[in-house]
Design a protein around this ligand. Structure first.
Ligand code: NAI
Ligand code: ISE
Length: 336
């Protein structure tokens, strides 16, 4: 069986997901596109030779009988509206992060999904599908390094545009760590604090970069995450877990080590699309398989909500410099 997919938002990641649904993954085809900038849809159709209908209105795409499942890859502030409309139409929806830009927006989606009585939402948190993070989780779960006590993490981008603001370091960038670390540790967050080191001269005048986020989990694990989005040298994701009896590092992405010209060297990736290319493939294939089998198992609307609750607290902490408590309500039985 082939799943007919409609995509809202044909920018950077939208195009990547359309390409993988059309050329890489099994049992799916893209039949409908929408973007507020119609030229973006036309460009994708031409580039990929797609046979897809272009809709001028996202809600018409969602409600089209031709479309069985939706991918939401438009700008973050539009996600809540489109995910709620997909749920109302009774259609499965894969929504890129963030699920909504506030915790309340995510809660609106959680409540709508529970009211629909059926899991329909998968959030585009791809890191739990990354083979490196999976290996790290398997090692932690094996008990080899004992109980985790501390995590030292980094999320570095070579550069960002002028429209990137200080709070986006949390809502756009740290949100990946807020999801994957919760999954890695099977724990929730208890508090957050944000501190600012000396600012890089490479950042726009309005942007505080780098930043360090200090998190504490309910089990007492202490986490520091460095966010540095103008680091220049590469796209570099680091995660070190210090346990009671050992230390484990997230593996480096596969790369060849060379010895030449009196140097030992290994390349560093520069583009998020390449760093997580396999994880994006696996997460979307999982979505397709789960929609077809009627059993959604990927990152849920509740996971989107949990990350957003923590993100909201981190944004408050960015502004007041204090240790901000993070309180998560009990997980509804629907998401157990
Ligand atoms: P982008 O700016 O390249 O593309 C967004 C597209 O959405 C644009 O073509 C824009 O015209 C369209 N759009 C905006 N509002 C719309 C509306 N109301 N209706 C229809 N189309 C609309 O942005 P990018 O980088 O592709 O990001 C899109 C989303 O994907 C964001 O939420 C971002 O956080 C997320 N993302 C996730 C990544 C991941 O690693 N999981 C990586 C990059 C982005
Ligand atoms: C971008 O939107 C992503 O989601 C990337 O995965 C992330 O590394 C980057 O910092 C974000 O801007």
């Amino acid at each position: 069986m082939t799943l007919n997919i409609g995509v809202i938002g044909t920018g950077a990641i939208g195009r990547e997901h359309i390409r993988r649904c059309s050329q890489v993954l099994q049992n799916a085809r893209v039949v409908a596109l929408n973007d507020i900038n119609r030229a973006n849809c036309e460009q994708v159709v031409n580039e990929l030779g797609l046979k897809a209908e272009i809709y001028d209105n996202a809600h018409d795409l969602i409600n089209s009988p031709e479309v069985q499942a939706i991918l939401v890859t438009s700008w973050g502030p539009t996600h809540e509206e489109f995910v709620l409309a997909a749920i109302k139409a009774g259609k499965a929806v894969f929504c890129e992060k963030p699920l909504a830009v506030t915790a309340q927006g995510c809660m609106n989606i959680v409540e709508a999904e529970i009211a629909a009585g059926k899991k329909l939402v998968q959030v585009g948190f791809m890191r739990p599908y990354d083979s490196g993070y999976r290996a790290l989780k398997t090692l932690i779960d094996s008990g080899e390094i004992g109980e985790p006590l501390m995590l030292h993490c980094a999320h570095r981008n070579p550069e960002v545009g002028d429209s990137y603001t200080t709070d986006m370091a949390i809502t756009d960038t740290l949100i990946h760590e807020l999801d994957v670390l919760r999954w890695l540790l099977q724990d929730d967050y208890k508090s957050a604090q944000v501190i600012y080191p000396r600012k890089t001269r490479k950042a726009s005048s309005h942007l505080k970069d780098p930043q360090i986020v200090l998190l504490e989990t309910v089990k007492g694990v202490r986490i520091d995450v460095e966010i540095f989005v103008n680091c220049e040298y590469g796209y570099d994701i680091q995660c070190q877990v210090v346990g009671e009896s050992g230390v484990a590092n997230l593996p480096e992405p596969m790369s060849i080590q060379t010895r030449s010209a009196a140097k030992l060297s290994t390349g560093i990736l520069t583009d998020w699309k390449k760093r997580f290319i396999d994880a994006y493939d696996v997460e979307l294939q999982d979505f397709i398989n789960n929609v077809l089998s009627g059993n959604m198992t990927g990152p849920s609307a509740w996971d989107g909500y949990a990350a957003a609750v923590a993100a909201d607290a981190c944004v408050v902490a960015q502004n007041n410099g204090e240790i901000v408590p993070i309180t998560m309500p009990a997980r509804p039985a629907f998401y157990h």
